[in-house]
Design a protein around this ligand. Structure first.
Ligand code: GDP
Length: 302
């Protein structure tokens, strides 16, 4: 249900166009596939992914001797899920530990929805009965610390901070000590997202990561890169930059409710070779969903 409402823009555009295409054509032919390609590209599925998908569909048409576009429609859903999985059956589960401190580092450019995602995820973990703490590692952007504190209050978790301009690695050190002594289950760490000075930011992230590695062996358990779905192919470019600097383990795709180009999920998965772990479907505390390709495609086509 959440997927269905959250994806209403993509449903109106992308799904609407596919349905219209299926209704207009009496048989599956070259023209049909050309129009389908166009629709998929407009939905930000990504050129190469579209080519692969259409190739697969053509094979299925031959194999199953499909003539009628209506027969093809369920195959489109099937193939979209398959293409996402890449035969690997990727899990969106987070790699967190049961009875020890786990540390999740969040990276991403300013404005993509990092703070909001941390707040929503803190809420989710709390609901599961976990002890959660937040680390205000973005000491650069004015207001970032206060914004994280607002989320901390909203969901009822402690926030470890220092003043604006202080060393993020020092904040992280403090937060790790506090998390250990207060027997926290999950520490969620915010970081700066100023991409204007890329080299400095990447150095800062590496330093933060080293502190975490030193203080908690095996951590960070996850490094989640937050991307804004409404920025389309730009999100992919950002992701490539971050991937070069830190070992990203998964993607959170925020603001999927704000775009008609929901196909970006597939492009991210295929072009970055990283799993999408969560999607943001709104601004409220409950609007973060674990990403499930079947529910996603089902949400689009049912
Ligand atoms: P940050 O700079 O990366 O920390 O970004 P913020 O968390 O401050 O988010 C920037 C804006 O995007 C805020 O106005 C959020 O309410 C909004 N936002 C974040 N996630 C979502 C989402 O999934 N859907 C929608 N519609 N808005 C979101």
């Amino acid at each position: 249900e959440k997927f269905k409402t959250g994806l209403s823009k993509t449903r109106d555009q992308f799904t609407g166009k596919v349905n219209d295409l299926v209704a207009r054509y009496r048989k599956v032919d070259e023209d049909f596939f050309e129009e389908l390609e166009e629709i998929l590209i407009q939905a930000d599925v990504g050129f190469e992914t579209v080519m692969d998908l259409v190739e697969e569909l053509k094979l299925e048409v031959k194999k199953r001797n499909i003539k009628d576009p209506e027969q093809l429609q369920p195959v489109i859903s099937e193939k979209l899920i398959e293409i996402y999985d890449g035969g690997e059956n990727l899990s969106s589960d987070l790699a967190i530990r049961e009875y020890e401190l786990s540390v999740i580092l969040f990276v991403g450019v300013n404005g993509v929805g990092k703070t909001t995602t941390i707040g929503k995820l803190a809420h989710k973990f709390k609901q599961e009965g976990k002890k959660v703490m937040l680390a205000a590692g973005d000491t650069f952007r004015a207001g970032a610390i206060e914004q994280l504190e607002v989320w901390g209050q909203r969901v009822g978790v402690d926030v470890i901070k220092q003043e604006e301009g202080s060393d993020p690695a020092a904040v992280m050190y403090d937060a790790l000590q506090a998390a250990k002594s207060r027997k926290i289950d999950i520490l969620l760490c915010d970081t700066a997202g100023r991409l204007q000075n890329k080299v400095n930011l990447m150095k800062e992230l590496e330093k933060v990561k080293r502190v975490i590695e030193r203080e908690v062996p095996g951590a960070p358990d996850e490094v989640l890169l937050v991307l804004d779905a409404t920025t389309g192919q730009n999100a992919l470019i950002q992701a490539k930059t971050f991937k070069e600097a830190v070992d990203v383990s998964g993607i959170v795709l925020s603001k999927l409710d704000g775009t008609a180009k929901g196909g970006i999920v597939l492009a991210i998965r295929n072009e970055l070779d990283l799993p999408v772990k969560f999607v943001g479907l709104g601004e409220n505390v409950d609007d973060l969903q674990k990403f499930d390709p079947e529910k996603y495609v089902y949400g689009l086509f049912s």
